[in-house]
Design a protein around this ligand. Structure first.
Ligand SMILES: *Cc1c(COP(=O)(O)O)cnc(C)c1O
Length: 385
């Protein structure tokens, strides 16, 4: 771990955290399909070897690998992104506490704050992540944390992330960020002062649309507190899913860099096409957050939004006509996925809230995969023609 800052992320994705020496000489990490492990009498409950306690060999390798990629002290995997997010929030917040949260959150996180936390006595205020001057007026004596997302869904906005970490330090809050859309290849929040980084490992980290997983990275002290909660709540990642996530992460850097390039090419193509009304992609100079994204990120990601001319009808026609992008929720896999957020990720939101956030029925979200750029462009050219 000592040299982890010296090597590039491509190298660390493959080698960081792997057992030294290799177990029985196996170059690839074996799957430890054992629920329980021989343990010395008198060991602490959280140190007994047991899958739910998130401490089998398949867990510990991933913890070290993710800590290295995010440049944090410690990492933790969970059974889903929502397990990582809910357990982290319930570690930082208890009954009577308050949190400031980005107003445009991932649907599951939004519903957790608005639907579940109320009954636990945890309150929230939604803030505009682009307007740091407006945050202080929402602070209360019981405010414990600030929660943002690196890139929002589906308009791919980039709030003032560095300001959020600074604001937390100044006011004694814990800063939390969902870094799923960027992945550590494009953005590492801890380098900007964030306390806890959260991921849906289901997306770019695993990258093959075949498991559900979550990740938490932060200080050793904070991550250990989250692990104890996770041990009690039961959201442990299964060893086979650990193995697949570990395998997926090894190609993270090459996948994400290709996806950055592919998405930029698709965004440029769409922006110039006469049948397209608007394109949202932080890598385009026309995006209102382009300058900030350029300053913070090493790449602009594989997610983009756009609106064809002709409203919702044209949107549905296009989704039907394209042959490579598959119409399915989720993102970050090798295959390009296309969705209409008003009918999928943001369906639970009221029409008025969607309009206020600019998520009309015409908006299309694209998770650009690893297909050949020219094939994707040909497909859109034909479908729009
Ligand atoms: C998918 C997603 C989640 C939830 O992750 P799961 O693995 O589905 O539980 C959280 N945040 C973001 C940004 C996501 O895209």
């Amino acid at each position: 771990m000592g040299e982890r800052n010296k090597q590039r992320i491509e190298t660390r994705a493959i080698h960081a955290g792997e057992p030294v020496p290799r177990i029985c000489g196996a170059v690839s990490m074996p799957i430890f399909q054992s629920s329980t492990y021989l343990t010395d009498a008198g060991a602490d409950y959280h140190d007994l070897g047991y899958i739910r306690l998130n401490n089998t060999p398949n867990h510990t390798v991933l913890h070290a690998k993710m800590a290295s990629l995010e440049n944090g002290e410690a990492g933790l995997v969970a059974s889903s992104g929502m397990a990582a997010i809910s357990t982290s929030l319930l570690t930082v917040l208890g009954s009577g506490d308050h949190i400031l949260a980005h107003k445009c959150l991932y649907g599951g996180t939004h519903d957790l704050l608005t639907g579940e936390f109320e009954s636990l006595g945890i309150t929230h205020t939604f803030i505009d992540a682009h307007d740091p001057d407006s945050w202080a007026q929402h602070l209360r004596d019981n405010t414990k944390a600030i929660y943002v997302e690196t890139i929002t869904n589906p308009l791919v906005e980039v709030g003032d992330l560095a300001a959020a970490a600074r604001f937390a330090k100044k006011h004694g809050l814990i800063s939390m960020i969902d870094n799923t859309f960027a992945s550590p290849v494009n953005f590492r929040p801890i380098e900007h002062g964030f306390d806890l980084v959260l991921h849906s490992g289901t997306k770019y980290l695993n990258g093959h649309s075949d498991i559900v997983a979550g990740v938490v990275v932060g200080s050793a002290e904070l991550v250990e507190r989250v692990r104890h909660r996770l041990n009690h709540f039961g959201g442990a990642l299964d060893p086979h899913a650990c193995f697949l996530l570990q395998r997926g992460i090894k190609t993270l850097a090459v996948r994400v860099r290709y996806q950055n390039d592919n998405a930029l090419a698709v965004a440029r193509f769409l922006e110039e096409h006469e049948a397209i009304e608007r394109v949202f992609y932080p890598g385009l100079p026309s995006h209102p957050d382009h300058d900030r994204a350029r300053e913070l990120f090493d790449g602009f990601g594989g997610m983009l939004g756009f609106e064809p001319k002709g409203g919702a009808e044209a949107t549905l026609r296009l989704i039907e006509r394209v042959t490579i992008p598959m119409s399915a929720p989720s993102l970050g896999g090798v295959e390009t996925l296309i969705t209409q957020p008003s009918q999928t990720s943001h369906r639970g939101m009221s029409e008025a809230d969607r309009q206020r956030l600019g998520i009309t029925d015409a908006v299309i979200r694209l998770s650009v995969g690893l297909e050949a750029t020219e094939d994707l462009l040909d497909d859109f050219r034909r479908a729009l023609g």
